[in-house]
Structures are given as C-alpha cells and as structure tokens.
Design a protein around this ligand. Structure first.
Ligand code: C5P
Length: 400
C-alpha cells in the first residue's frame, strides 16, 4: 500500500556500521511512496557513499553545511520545509549528545536545530555506549524534548558483543514511520480481536478447519495499532506474521480462543470478532489416530460457544464489532445477525468477494443503516473500518 504517498522524509545517516541498513531503508521508504532526501554526515559517508543513497532515493544527497547548490544557499533550512519528519537512522551516541546540546556544527545537526517538523531517531551503538549513564541521560532528555526514539533492540552487535544498541531492522523502522504518521483515532483504547480459522481436533493428526486466511483480521489489528490502540490479537492457525506492536496469542480451537479472549476482555474498550470460528467441534477428540474401518464413519459434533455473542452479553461489554461472511442475501442475514448478537456494528461481506484474497468488498451495518465501502485492499478497508469505529466511540461518549 502506498502509505507514504505524498510524504517527504529527510533521512539523516550518521557514522555507525548500521548505515548499511539505511540504504535498504531508503529503498523501502521510496517503495512505500515517500520522497526521501538523504543527509549524510561525514561519519556516515565513511560507511556508505552518497552515490548509493542518490541512486536509491532518486534525489541529490546533502552533506555539507556550505553546499551552494540550494538557490538561496540555505540547505540547512530549506531541506526540512514541507517535510513530514527528519528520521535519523542510524543515530550514533555522539549524534544524540550533539542534538541534546543544540549543537549545529554540521548540516544534519543544524537541520535538527532549525526544524519545525518531528524528529525521529533510530539509535545504533555498542551496548556499553547505550548503557553508559551519559547516553541514558541523553536519551531521557531527547524524549523529554519531544524527540521520538525508535528502538534500539537487543541482539548481536557488529563488535561481536550481545546486548541493547542494535538499530531496528529497516522493515521495522518503515512500520514505525508509517504508524507515526497515522491519525491516533484510538489513542488510549484497548482493542481485543480474533482472527483466522479455528482448528477442531478429530484425533491427534486430523481436524475440522476452514479456509479463512486471517488477512482481514491481521489488517485490522495493524490498523488499530497504527491508530494508537493497545492491541491484543487472539489468532487461530495462520501463516501470517504478527503486526508490529501487536500482542498475539496463538490458539487452535474455538474453546481455546474463547478462554484467551475472556482472559483479556476485562480491560478492553473494543472487541472485534473477525475469526471464522467453527460452529461445531467433534464431540470427543480421539486420543489416538483413528484407524480406517472400511465402512461408513459417523462423526458426532457438538456446537461451539459463540465467543462474540458471549462477549456482547457481558454486563458492561466493550464496543463489539462482528463480521459476517455470507454467500447470499447479505443485507438481510447481516442485519439480523447484528440484532441477534446485540452488536453496535457488523461488517458484512460476500464470501466470494473476500475469502483468502488481498482485496475485499464490505458493507458496514449499524443503527443508522448500511454503509457500503468500495472494493479495496484489505488494509485500506481496515483503516476505514477503524475510522468508523472511532467515530462511533466518539459519538457514544458525546451522547452518553
Ligand atoms: O454467526 P456467524 O458465525 O456468522 O457470526 C460471525 C461473527 O461471530 C464473526 O464476528 C465471528 O468472529 C463471531 N463468532 C464467534 N464465535 C463463534 C461464531 C462466530 O465469535 N462461535
């Protein structure tokens, strides 16, 4: 998705070995739609050359405070005008210290001092440098000054030591940049979601499941995290990666899913049931693999609890959102399901429109009627659904 379309990002690269990852970050930011302008410090240029960044960003690379190429000779001011952020990755310990003190002795520090845009730093350094009291103090002061620190993470370091100070990987930084730029419609809200299919064991090797890919639920979990919510995703068996910043609890069966949901639901403001929960499970799973008998086989099934209906029936339920996948009569079935489960909002779609694919076409049903959303990638729909939920929560608060 073109998340960063129309965005201008000034990417500062300072002198740490993680500068090689900044090349990949430049490519990823550009692929996601951003116009990237790289400012390379003297130290950064010792690790990766300006040519690399120019080729990957398609823009001139800046290094010198005295560079006369800017028509008004004010590169230190003009580069950040119209930008959405300065992102410095990697940010060395020395660079952090210089920003804390407001130094302006090269182009990048001068840009940081003369900016009116957010400053995001991705620290990268040896673990002892990161843990040194000076750097601790500097990190605290930067945060107090409104600078956003992305990472670092702990792990193996270029020097061979293991500990905190590794720069986040480019894909994680990209995700943090995308999230930073999204409106925080669910700030302070706690959201619990279910996603994926369930797997109901028949015996140790067989089971009943369905073809839900989990993509819609994972896209919604990601959109909720982007919107600033604290997100717990209770997921059936799928092959997808947990979205960044989302706490995932992996389960197999509907009963496990219900237990995990009820463990988490106490503090939830919103519950979104996206999972395709099996309606029935084998009455008793066989302890050992069932042998072929040659004749007909009959499997006794027993109904699963309806997790969403049970959550909606709590004394003080969170704002509950359901999904309904139907193969026909969508309007009738979806609206009657919404009423039966007592849900303020239900997202309906025709199975032939969405199951397993990248795109979907959905209709939102609430007390005000039905709201069709145009066919779009699941992530785009997820963002629209989150906006609708946030608006309903807001009007709830105003009217309540
Ligand atoms: O009734 P139906 O299964 O079509 O309802 C779909 C909605 O209810 C979805 O939001 C689904 O996640 C939820 N559901 C549930 N537990 C079940 C069955 C469905 O939470 N056992």
């Amino acid at each position: 998705m073109n998340f960063l379309g129309g965005r201008k990002i000034v990417l500062g690269v300072t002198g740490g070995v993680a500068a090689y990852k900044a090349a990949e970050l430049t490519r990823l930011l550009g692929k996601t739609g951003a116009d990237v302008h790289v400012v390379l410090s003297e130290g950064g240029a010792r690790f990766v050359s300006a040519v690399t960044f120019q080729a990957l960003s398609g823009n001139i690379v800046w290094s010198d405070l005295w560079d006369a190429r800017m028509p008004n000779n004010m590169a230190h001011i003009d580069l950040t005008r119209g930008a959405d952020m300065i992102l410095v990755a990697p940010a060395t310990a020395d660079f952090m210290a210089r920003v804390v003190h407001g130094l302006a002795d090269d182009l990048l520090t001068t840009l940081c001092l003369a900016r009116e845009v957010p400053l995001l730093l991705a620290p990268a350094m040896n673990r002892q440098m990161w843990e040194n009291p000076s750097t601790r103090r500097n990190a605290g002061q930067l945060a107090a000054d409104g600078v956003v620190l992305l990472g670092p993470e702990a792990g193996e370091q270029a020097c061979g030591e293991v500990g905190p100070g590794r720069m986040l990987e480019p894909d994680a930084l990209l995700e943090d940049v995308i999230a930073f730029l999204q409106p925080k419609r669910l700030a302070g809200r706690r959201v619990v979601l279910t996603a994926g299919p369930t797997f109901e064991a028949i015996d140790p090797v067989r089971g009943i499941t369905n073809s839900s890919s989990g993509k819609m639920g994972y896209a919604l979990a990601r959109a909720c995290a982007h919107a600033g919510a604290d997100v717990v995703l209770v997921s059936g068996p799928v092959t997808l990666q947990a979205p960044r910043g989302v706490r995932r609890i992996q389960v197999q069966s509907a009963l496990e899913m219900r237990t995990a949901v009820f463990d988490e639901i106490g503090a939830a403001d919103v519950f979104i049931g996206v999972a395709a929960v099996a309606d029935y499970r084998p009455a008793a799973a066989a302890e050992h693999k069932i042998k072929k008998s040659g004749g007909e086989m009959h499997l006794a099934l027993t109904p699963n609890p309806d997790i969403l209906a049970d959550v909606a029936a709590l004394d003080d339920p969170p704002f509950c959102v359901g999904f309904a996948a139907e193969s026909r009569n969508l309007d009738d079935y979806a609206e009657s399901k919404r009423r039966a489960k007592k849900l303020p909002l239900l997202v309906g779609n025709l199975v032939q429109d969405g199951l397993g694919g990248e795109d979907n076409q959905v209709i939102l049903f609430d007390d005000k009627g039905s709201h069709p959303l145009g066919r779009a990638p699941k992530m785009e729909l997820a963002i629209q659904i989150v906006a609708h939920i946030a608006a309903m929560l807001k009007s709830d608060r105003i009217s309540g």
